[in-house]
Each structure stands twice: as C-alpha cells, then as structure tokens.
Design a protein around this ligand. Structure first.
Ligand SMILES: Nc1nc2c(c(=O)[nH]1)N[C@@H](CN(C=O)c1ccc(C(=O)N[C@@H](CCC(=O)O)C(=O)O)cc1)CN2
Length: 299
C-alpha cells in the first residue's frame, strides 16, 4: 500500500515557517506583508477559496485586503482596481481569483500586475523567469510550487534519473509544474488530451502528476508500481449516501484503485489543495522581503 502524502500536515509546517519569516521582517524592517485578493462575481467555490486566503493571511500576520467586484464589472473597472493595488506600497502581493466571468479577458488583467507583486506567478515575466531557471527573482505559481514540496518530501531535492510525467498543460499548473520538475533534474514528459496512448506514457513515470480536470481518469494500470502519484484534480460530485444535497470531492486519480500500486500518493481532499493557499502566503512574504531589498527565505 502506498504512503499517503499528507498535504495538510506539510502545509501546516510551511505555514509556521512563513509566520516566522513575517515576524522577522517586521522586527528587522517594520514591514508587514500585504496581500490583496480581487474577486469578481458570485462563484461559490471561488468565494470559499478567497475567504480561506484572507483568513490564512491574517493567521500569518499579514495585512489582508479583499476587493469584491460585481459580476457585471467591466474590463476597465477591473484594470483600474489592479492599477491602484500596483501603486499601493502596503500591498506586496496581488491575486485575481480565477476564473473570471465570461465577459472579462483575464490575460491583460494578469499581465498588468507588476511582476514583483504577481504572487500567482502567472505573468509572462514570472513564467519566463521559471522557463529560464531563474528561481531567485521570479515568483512561482502556487499550486505547482506546493506540489513540488510534496514531491520533495518523498524524493528530496534532486530528481536525477527519475522520469516525471505531467498530464495537463495549463499556464496555471501543467506548464510550470513541468518546468519545476525539469529544474530539479527529472526527465519530464508533458502529456495531455492529444497524447497518443496516455496510459502507456504514464506507466513510464516514477513521478506521475495528474491535472486532467477529469475525475478519476487515472486508473491503476496507468501507474508504474512504486511510483509517486500527485493528484491536482478537484471535482465536486453529488454524494447522496452522505445525506440529501451533500457532495464530495474527487481527484483526477482513481485513488482506491491506484493506492495499492503506487509507492506514495496524495489524497483528495488533503493533498495538493492545502498547499495552494500556503504557497500564496509564501510568495507574499517573499515579495515583501524583496520589496525592502532583503534576500527572501526559501520554503
Ligand atoms: N488566481 C487563482 N485562481 C485559482 C487558483 C489559483 O491558484 N490562483 N487555483 C484554483 C482554486 N484555489 C485557489 O484559488 C484552490 C483550490 C483548492 C484548494 C483546496 O484547499 N482544496 C482542498 C479541498 C477544499 C474543499 O473542500 O473544497 C483540498 O484539495 O484538500 C485551495 C485553493 C482555481 N482558481
């Protein structure tokens, strides 16, 4: 049976380091890390995540701002808000919660966030820094940064000789995850919906990272015996067995089938998810250190 990678426990350890780093920054420079999260519209899941971000920021001792905009906010109004946050010296990190309502174009909004405040790591500047291996001055997208900490908890920092397969090629997760694995010396295959024989590609993986967006797509015969399986999916499905109107979360990996085959595996919930918000706090404290010319801590 695989070792379960406890994302909640690992996230809690990282949060303690972030709190200590924030306290040290305040002691040394009188600076409190400031995080602004912008949310547009009424999507219930997005509101849950944004509330959790504000709560966690306060727990870490940060200055936390939430900007809530109506679902019919225009592109110009949203960009004005981001411009004001760019200019606010008390704000070191800005995140625009995704997805945005359909009439808004997320690309120009994300690109106008100053790269040094882009704690989601989604700007071309930060994506480019990661692509060329500049981890010292860039900011890395939170979910892949968190997933890498889970990988490191099993394999250490050097993945030399290991084959890693990432299923999914989004800017938010798949592409940066592939680059982080490569940076750690893994031999990386980027697989996706157009890959011929996805199952065969996955069976080659010592580290298999699933971000397909399709619940329980990864089956036991996709997993190399002993492999580390990192599940980034979250799909909410009805769970009438838990009571009327109840739901539960499924990952992209068929956990019950894959757990006996894998060497280590993340559960859903409680695996990669808790690392996402934690790494947002890590990026905010890193941005605040850099803003006052101090070397940022590593997490
Ligand atoms: N601007 C961004 N938007 C979105 C991101 C992001 O990184 N930046 N990621 C997701 C949503 N997300 C954070 O925003 C997020 C998703 C899941 C979790 C999490 O803790 N999941 C738990 C389960 C929670 C539950 O019960 O619903 C888990 O997997 O254990 C945190 C944050 C899309 N938007």
């Amino acid at each position: 049976m695989a070792e379960r990678i406890d994302g909640k426990a690992i996230a809690a350890e990282v949060v303690e380091k972030i709190k200590a780093a924030a306290a040290e920054l305040h002691r040394a420079k009188g600076v409190v890390p400031g995080l602004a999260v912008v949310i547009v519209g009424d999507d219930a899941a997005s509101h849950t995540y944004v509330t959790a971000k504000g709560k966690r920021a306060k727990e870490c001792g940060f200055h936390s701002v939430q900007v809530t905009l109506d679902a019919d906010t225009s592109q110009e109004e949203l960009e004005k808000v981001v411009g004001e946050l760019n200019a606010d010296p008390a704000i070191h990190g800005i995140l625009v919660q995704l997805p945005l309502p359909g009439h808004l174009d997320e690309f120009p909004v994300i690109q106008m966030i100053r790269p040094e405040k882009d704690v989601d790591g989604l700007s071309i500047v930060n994506a480019g820094k990661l692509a060329v291996g500049d981890l010292k001055t860039g900011l890395i997208s939170c979910t892949p940064a968190g997933a890498m900490i889970l990988v490191r908890s099993i394999h250490g920092d050097d993945l030399s000789g290991l084959n890693a397969v990432v299923i999914g090629r989004s800017n938010l997760f798949g592409k940066p995850m592939g680059r982080l694995l490569l940076q750690a010396n893994a031999t990386v295959t980027m697989a996706h919906s157009r890959t011929a024989d996805l199952a065969a590609a996955c069976r080659n993986a010592d580290i298999l990272v699933a971000a397909t967006g399709r619940a329980e797509m990864v089956k036991a015969d996709w997993v190399k015996p002993g492999a580390t399986v990192i599940d980034v999916g979250i799909t909410r499905v009805p769970a009438p067995e838990r009571g009327e109107g109840k739901t539960r979360l499924l990952g992209d990996v068929d956990f019950a089938a894959c757990e006996p085959v894998a060497g280590a595996i993340t559960p859903v919930p409680g695996g990669v998810g808790p690392m996402t918000i934690t790494m947002l706090m890590a990026n905010t404290v890193i941005a605040a250190y850099r803003a006052v010319g101090l070397e940022a801590p590593r997490f």
